[in-house]
Structures are given as C-alpha cells and as structure tokens.
Write a protein that binds this ligand. Structure first.
Ligand code: SAM
Length: 287
C-alpha cells in the first residue's frame, strides 16, 4: 500500500462511504465484544486514527480489508488491543495504591516545617492521574488547615493530543467510577448526564507539558514521581535507565510510584528503599 492509499482512508465517519461505515461498525463491534474494550469513552475520530495505525502496519487500504485481515490473522488481535489502549487511564486507578498515596501526602502536608510539595505524573495521558493527585492534596490541605500550602503537579506525556484533552479537563462519567460521590460533587461540574468537568480549584494545581521520558532530561526537585503503566512499553534496558532518571528527579525522602504490574530493577533497585512492595512504592533514602 502506498502513501496515497493510506491518505484515502476516511478520517471521520462523515467522510465514509456506506461500505466503510458497515465495516467500521463491524470493527467497533469486534472491539467491544472480542477485545472487551469499552468504546464509549472514545470519540470516533480517536478510534479511526488508531485503526489507521494498524491498517498502515498491515498494509490494508480499507476498513473492509482490515476487518478481514483481523479475522484471519490471530496475532493482530493483540496488536490492535495494544494500539487502542495505549492511553487508557482513569481517576484513582488501583484504589489501594491511592490509599497509600493519601497517607504519604498527608504526612507531607501535616509536617509544619514543610511549605511545598512537587509531584510529577510522568506519562499522564489525559490528566486523570495528576488531577486525581491534586484532589488528594486539596483534601489534605483542608483537613490539616494548610490553605496556603504550595503544591504543584506537573503532568507530562509524549502525546500532544492526550495533553489537549487533559487541559480541557472534561471526562466521561465512567472515568470517575473510583471516586466517592462527595468527591465528584466537590471537585467536578456536571455538564450533562455523561460528562463532568474538573473545577478550576483542581486545575490551578496542575500544569501539563509535552515530554519524552526516553529522550528528555528528567524534571527536578520532585517529592513524588508517579510513572504508572508507561514503562510496559519500554525494553528492560530503557526501563533501568529511566529508573535512574527518576532517582535524579527526586528530592531525598521522595517517593517513586510505579504501576501495579511494574517492578523496579537494575542499578536503581540498590539506590531506592522499598516502601511498599505490593503497591510498587519506592523511596529515595534521606541523605
Ligand atoms: C496507559 S497510559 C498511563 C496513564 C496513567 N499514568 C495511568 O496509569 O493511568 C500510558 C501513557 O504513556 C505515554 N507514553 C508512552 N511513551 C512515552 C514516552 N516515551 N514519554 C512520555 N510518555 C509516554 C503514552 O502517550 C500514554 O499516554
């Protein structure tokens, strides 16, 4: 398939012919029932773009061709799944980790000698992770009567489109399923039955920046680095190098939080202390 063929594949549902529409619908059905991915959280344009990535890789020049390819090549199922879920996230993903994080943040904010807290959400996707942390910080500031406490969270990602979504701060109700009702009420504005917008009070704490974890130097002077469900895309050597960058990013006593299926390894394993093995929380020792 040449460049001109891939350019002919429609980018929106409106541009599709009736045969394109028919096979696009079949693909959506496949994603929903076979891959068991909830497609309601995605816009059509996002799914079409991701399908085009796989169509290009498999040299298919129409939705029909790709649908047939998918049905006859079992190995393509996993590839499509990976391509579609690369940005998947939600508020307070893995609640047990967030319960530990609440205690860590509370200990920082309770400490009257401390005036500021810096958090880096590395590979933050559409912003659920950094905003979710901002909510925890605001709750702790209120509880500990520290209204002037200086907290800043930086969310970074390599993908500029997810960062645009993050800056908009509008989420489908499904993304909020782990949050208690009183938290939703306090920190979100209901736009309609399905969409909620994060309040300015939370937004104020969070800055988003494009950043490539592999190529760019790490941020500095961080108290907490969260890098969850990102390193799974990197090889072991790259992961080990990245852990050293996180060590460099952290202040002494700072915490590194990985995803539930991710484990610290390599040289960084000797540098960090394991704070909570189950929840994948590691601490940079105090000097
Ligand atoms: C599955 S999401 C994880 C979101 C969030 N951390 C969570 O756990 O819910 C993975 C994110 O990592 C980002 N990513 C992948 N490679 C990256 C890189 N080299 N530098 C920065 N971000 C990257 C992707 O764009 C994607 O948004």
């Amino acid at each position: 398939m040449g460049i001109s063929d891939i350019n002919k594949i429609p980018e929106t549902v409106e541009q599709m012919s009736s045969i394109d529409k028919l096979y696009y619908k079949r693909l959506l059905q496949y994603i929903k029932t076979t891959l068991k991915i909830d497609v309601t959280q995605y816009k059509d344009n996002y799914i079409i773009r991701r399908l085009k990535v796989r169509m290009k890789a498999t040299k298919c020049s129409s939705f029909k061709e790709y649908y047939e390819y998918l049905r006859t090549h079992p190995e393509e199922k996993e590839k499509l799944e990976e391509t579609l879920t690369v940005n998947v996230t939600e508020f307070w993903r893995d609640i047990t980790v967030y319960k530990e994080l609440m205690k860590i943040i509370d200990n920082f904010i309770k400490d009257k000698s401390r005036r500021k807290l810096r958090v880096w959400s590395a590979g933050c996707s559409s912003g659920e992770e950094p905003y979710g942390v901002a909510i925890i910080i605001l709750e702790s500031m209120k509880k500990n009567n520290r209204k002037m406490f200086d907290a800043k969270i930086t969310g970074t990602d390599i993908d500029k489109e997810v960062l645009n979504k993050a800056r908009r701060g509008v989420y489908h109700i499904k993304q909020l399923r782990n949050l208690p009702a009183n938290i939703i009420q306090k920190y979100f504005t209901k736009l309609n039955d399905e969409e909620y917008m994060i309040k300015p009070e939370v937004k104020r704490l969070v800055t988003f920046k494009i950043h490539d974890l592999i190529k760019d130097p790490p941020l500095k002077n961080m108290d907490i680095v969260m890098c969850r469900n990102v390193i799974i895309y990197f090889d072991k050597k790259t992961q080990a190098e990245l852990f050293l960058k996180f060590y460099e990013a952290l202040n002494p006593g700072g915490f590194l939080i990985l995803g539930k299926t991710e484990i610290l390894h390599g040289k960084a394993k000797e540098l960090f202390k394991t704070y909570n093995a189950r929840e994948r929380i590691y601490q940079k020792p105090l000097e």
